[in-house]
Write a protein that binds this ligand. Structure first.
Ligand code: GDP
Ligand code: IMO
Ligand code: MG
Length: 422
């Protein structure tokens, strides 16, 4: 049975939630492997709109198993709030598991995220301020506290005491702000145990059993390749590996078992937060994409920076992920434009194909190819043969450039608004 990975091929918000949900019709397991509640995945089912942050999209189907793998950092209070909100809307958590090895986002992580962004001033990253970077920092520094530690009060108390003493020292001596209370954090976090205990499991083992039983397993990426801590536009990135390699370490699942790497990209490009964005539009066209595409962050509400599709970056994402197919979302947003541009290279660069995001410095001048647009509103269209000729040509242009087939095309925000080509 196929094992598929859905990854963001841009700077996040490509529509991964909708794509995972759509493709999850055939899945048995839907698994998150990286990131935390910095993610915001929108899925629209009928008249219901769901904005998921930590919970995998599989939870929207009662028969799917949903898993949060060890590579995710979990704010337990945010998780409980999300679970309770979704339960109130009638969703079931009977088949939901979280890894005992996932690291916890602690209150001091959020404090440090805020303090660091403030300290950096105009050099800030533009984080979601959910404590994600500091939580991954502690994981790597070997002073993180894991979900499984919550199950043993004495272990949790000891670890919290040790780490908090260290954090409070920095808060007091370096940032000169108020220390955090051990008692309050301990009480708050121990209260979450009662609610989370039924879900805590060795999720890598669950996945191994599922694989042996020939189940369909879907890994749902968060963020996007260009935000990858290794392969993104460093340092303007998140602190995890959202690209396909992250699946193996973030879920305890071997690479030889993966069959399909599905990249998701918008028909244009957006970014939230700071960092280089060569095709960013600062004119009416940028505003048009912002408003027509409703490009406002799900997690922070910030307006997303908008620009034309950058094929050099997309091809790079295809390479880094070993992408086997691409889902192109939001093609409907481009309907009605006379002209659509795609960036095929940067001035004085790209003499060969060995493009690197780390070399982006914000000074690139994009060279565009201009394609004729189409008048017809394609919202909700399901048949490729019914697409206007110029829309088909736009799709083919992308395929020709990145040498990866586009197998699904998004034609609207709803579950059913898609053209499936295979
Ligand atoms: P994610 O973080 O990758 O899951 O994406 P977000 O949910 O943050 O942002 C994608 C937005 O685009 C959401 O509002 C989706 O409802 C919407 N969306 C996804 N696919 C399509 C599409 O094909 N057409 C339109 N119009 N909207 C889409
Ligand atoms: P989904 O899963 C878009 C961005 C932030 C910031 C940078 C670092 O919805 O696609 P962080 O809080 O992670 O330390 O912020 O990463 N960012 C996202 N941008 N979509 C996301 O998730 C993002 N998650 C983080 O805006 O620029
Ligand atoms: Mg999002």
């Amino acid at each position: 049975m196929p094992v598929k990975v859905v990854i963001g091929a841009q700077w996040g918000d490509e529509g991964k939630g909708k794509v995972t949900d759509k493709l999850a019709e055939t899945a048995d397991y839907v698994v998150r492997y990286s990131g935390g509640n910095n993610a915001g995945h929108t899925v629209i089912v009928g008249d219901e709109k769901y904005e998921l942050h930590l919970i995998p999209s599989g939870v929207l189907y009662p028969d799917k198993v949903s898993i949060i793998g060890n590579g995710v950092v979990i704010d337990p209070i945010a998780l409980i709030t999300e679970i309770e909100g979704l339960k109130k809307r009638g969703l079931s958590f009977d088949k939901f598991y979280i890894s005992n090895q996932a690291h916890l986002v602690m209150p001091y992580h959020k404090t440090f995220d805020n303090l660091e962004e403030k300290r950096k001033g105009s050099n800030k990253i533009g984080t979601t301020k959910k404590g994600i970077g500091p939580a991954y920092t502690d994981k790597v520094a070997r002073r993180g506290i894991r979900v499984g530690d919550l199950l043993y009060q004495d272990v949790f108390e000891k670890k919290l005491k040790e780490v908090l003493d260290f954090k409070n020292l920095i808060l007091k001596k370096v940032y000169e702000v108020k220390e955090l209370s051990y008692k309050i954090i301990l009480k708050e976090y121990l209260e979450t145990v009662k609610l989370l205990k039924p879900y805590i499991a060795d999720t890598s083992e669950i996945l191994e059993r599922a694989y042996k039983d020939n189940k369909n397993i879907f890994f749902e990426g968060a963020q996007g390749t260009l935000l990858d801590v290794d392969y993104g536009t460093y340092p303007y990135v998140t602190s995890s590996n959202p690209s396909s390699g992250g699946v193996c370490t973030g879920a305890g699942f071997g690479p030889t078992k993966i069959d399909d790497i599905i990249g998701v990209a918008k028909a244009y490009l957006t970014r939230v937060g700071e960092g280089p964005f060569p095709t960013e539009l600062f004119n009416d066209m940028g505003n048009y994409l912002l408003e027509k595409g409703h490009e406002y962050g799900v997690t922070t509400g910030r307006p997303r920076r908008c620009g034309w599709l950058d094929l050099t970056l997309l091809k790079y994402a295809a390479r880094i992920n070993g992408m086997t197919e691409l889902v192109l979302t939001k093609l409907d947003i481009l309907s009605g434009l006379k002209e659509i541009k795609v960036c095929t290279k940067y001035k004085d660069k790209n003499k060969d194909d060995s493009f690197k995001t780390t070399s982006l410095n914000g000074k690139e001048i994009p060279i565009y190819e201009s394609l004729p647009g189409w008048e017809m509103d394609i919202t909700g269209l399901n048949d490729f043969n019914h697409l206007p000729k110029n829309a088909c040509n736009f799709v083919k242009k992308i395929e020709d450039y990145i040498k990866i087939p586009i197998t699904v095309i998004g034609t609207g925000p709803k579950r059913e608004d898609a053209i499936i080509r295979k």
